[in-house]
Design a protein around this ligand. Structure first.
Ligand code: SF4
Length: 339
């Protein structure tokens, strides 16, 4: 189904997370507030079912009548359309959360993407998030039990975050998904960047925060992608959407316009390193060649490093399946929204 994205920068956000600048990320300004009429008119113009997506804020915390006005737009789109949005897990807690859930049940909701940058209490506190792991997991379970499909947005390279804690986070979220056999949840992985004007910029300039280097970030993202595939997630994006406003705002951190491809090359190198090529060649889909050869042969070099086999021998040990056989993962297949 075609997706139509609307940005509601910082709408519903109770506070500002230290790393966040939605104006830079989405290119939308708080001054150009999205009107329900604009959404309705866009919905009315669709010829086929569409997924109306609201990103850049905490949708369920938007003032209720405004939130419902946005939701009502879906009734003007062709039958079968639905609404997907991102929100803060805490939005769904307690009596207020129960009211929001009752409201949402009146509309066709596609996926509720939850901001779950970390489940480590120290990381959450340093990042200025007002939730804790128990509450985040509680919110996920509540939405799951209410029948909603979940998406998780996790981050790497946050202050005080370690590769081990990221891996624990993704496993904890997967454990909640396992309560819904046969279901896959969407996953987005974003590297933490130092954006101009954020509190993180102050921490960085004061020497209190060191961002990940590009290679380190690619390695962490690749390892998480591999784990995500094993745990049953559908990874739909790695890296922020490339835009002029983002490019101009990045002060430091693992920014690369093809960050998703670097992460995929790491994932494939890890996958192949786990299968010995000493006695027989590695066989991969032809569609994935660029994951090994792209970016100056990064994947081949990494596979050589992981296995201790010289890069030239690695090259000779690869055979390719014909076009048409794709990777098992959406990020490896056609139409993937990788970056
Ligand atoms: S990360 Fe999410 S909740 Fe935090 S300020 Fe940005 S949009 Fe709001």
């Amino acid at each position: 189904m075609k997706r139509m994205a609307f940005f509601v920068p910082f709408q519903g956000c109770g506070r500002r997370c230290v790393y966040c600048d939605q104006r830079a990320i989405t290119g939308a300004s708080e001054m150009d507030a999205l009107t329900p009429d604009a959404v309705k008119s866009a919905a009315r113009s669709c010829a086929a079912p569409v997924e109306l997506c609201f990103f850049g804020g905490s949708f369920a915390r938007i003032e209720p009548s405004l939130m419902e006005s946005y939701l009502e737009a879906v009734s003007l789109a062709p039958e079968g359309s639905r609404v997907t949005f991102s929100s803060y897990p805490g939005d769904f807690e307690g009596a207020g959360g129960a009211r929001i859930i009752e409201t949402l049940k009146k509309y066709p909701i596609g996926t509720i993407e939850l901001g779950t940058p970390s489940l480590d209490p120290l990381v959450l506190r340093v990042c200025g998030r007002d939730d804790d792991p128990v509450r985040v997991k509680g919110a996920i379970a509540t939405l799951r039990d209410a029948g909603f499909r979940i998406g998780a947005q996790i981050m790497i390279g946050l202050p005080r975050q370690t590769p081990e804690s990221s891996m624990r986070d993704i496993e904890s979220i997967a454990a909640l998904m396992s309560g819904r056999p046969g279901e896959t949840w969407d996953l987005r992985i974003y590297p933490c960047l130092v954006l101009r004007g954020t509190e993180l910029e102050s921490l960085y300039r004061a020497g209190e925060y060191t961002p990940l280097g590009l290679e380190d970030a690619a390695r962490r993202a690749g390892a998480l992608l591999l784990a995500a595939a094993r745990l049953g997630f559908r990874a739909i994006r790695v890296g922020l959407l490339e835009s002029a406003s983002l490019r101009e705002s990045v002060i430091a951190g693992p920014y690369h316009q093809s960050f998703g491809e670097l992460a995929l090359s790491e994932k494939l190198a890890l996958e192949l390193a786990g299968a010995s090529a000493r006695d027989e060649p590695w066989e991969i889909d032809r569609s994935r060649i660029s994951q090994l050869t792209g970016h100056g042969g990064r994947g081949i070099r990494r596979l050589a490093e992981l296995t201790g086999i010289p890069a030239e021998t690695v090259r000779k040990s690869l055979t390719f399946r014909p076009e048409g056989s794709r990777g098992e993962h959406p990020l490896d297949g056609p139409g993937a929204t990788i970056q």
